[in-house]
Design a protein around this ligand. Structure first.
Ligand code: NDP
Length: 239
């Protein structure tokens, strides 16, 4: 039984992660931003502890991690930096505030949370950190400049953290999903979704379960010699 902290656990991929780790017998706490109803439902269904915090705010992150440690009964052993927001816009319409919001949530949030759990992991010489990237961080998406930049930033964060932290018994990897059926894609019309399926070599959209299977593996004892890897869970889309 491991102590797990997942950001963005109230919906979509994060909810799938909370369910999968709870089913695995782990102790789970998760962070969400504002959707109390969804978070309560996940907590009730899984027994996980829900913590309301904004990962783009370092002071929120600090107190969320202390709350998680108290609820889990010890240092966080596995951190999944999953919270994220997307932004579809032509580049010239991206305001300073929008740019900052996307970077602060997707990239800085992962940095703040990682920094906060590290002292505990280093003192126990044991830890797993898994960032939630995106195939758009690998290949770039038109009209998603801020999102693609933030997700590409997670690649650098993964590689440098992996090198720095391996001697402290901590592995750091990044999972890069393709198109996954969640609310993030709810506003894409039928035609767009159909063309995305057509572009996916395995011929279907991904599910939160596809992503949680990869994350659970990277968090498991079987993956203790794997670090600094960028694992596509995209049905071959970004090949
Ligand atoms: P959803 O929009 O379905 O859920 C997002 C989750 O993140 C919610 O739990 C939300 O909380 C939380 N969240 C958002 N902003 C913050 C914040 N500032 N502080 C704390 N929590 C926050 O997203 P998905 O499940 O689709 O995506 C999850 C991750 O996977 C993201 O990082 C995304 O970029 C990545 N991804 C998704 C893909 C897809 O096709 N769906 C493809 C590739 C990557 P609340 O409910 O309170 O709003």
């Amino acid at each position: 039984m491991k102590r797990i902290l997942i950001s963005g656990g109230s919906r979509g991929i994060g909810r799938g992660l909370v369910e999968a780790f709870a089913k695995n017998g782990d102790k789970v706490a998760f962070i969400y931003k504002s959707n109390h109803e969804a978070a309560d439902a996940v907590a009730k269904a899984t027994g996980a502890v829900a913590i309301c915090a904004d990962v783009s705010r370092p002071e929120d992150v600090k107190s969320a991690v202390r709350t998680a440690e108290a609820a889990l009964g010890g240092n966080v052993e596995v951190l999944v930096n999953n919270a994220g927001i997307s932004l579809i816009s032509v580049m010239q319409d991206i305001t300073d505030d929008l740019w900052r919001d996307v970077l602060d949530t997707n990239l800085s949030g992962a940095f703040y949370l990682s920094r906060e759990v590290l002292p505990g992991m280093i003192s126990e010489k044991n830890g797993r950190i898994i960032h939630m990237g995106s195939m758009w961080g690998k290949v770039g998406a038109s009209c998603e400049v801020a999102y693609s930049s933030a997700k590409a930033g997670l690649r650098g964060l993964t590689l440098s953290m992996a090198k720095e932290l391996a001697p402290s018994g901590i592995t750091v990897n990044c999972v890069e999903p393709g198109v996954i059926q969640t609310e993030m894609n709810a506003n894409l019309g039928e035609t767009v979704l159909a063309s995305l399926i057509e572009e996916t070599p395995v011929g279907r959209l991904g599910t939160p379960e596809d992503v949680s299977a990869a994350v659970l593996f990277l968090a498991s004892d079987a993956a203790s010699f794997i670090t600094g890897q960028l694992l596509g869970v995209d049905g071959g889309f970004a090949l």
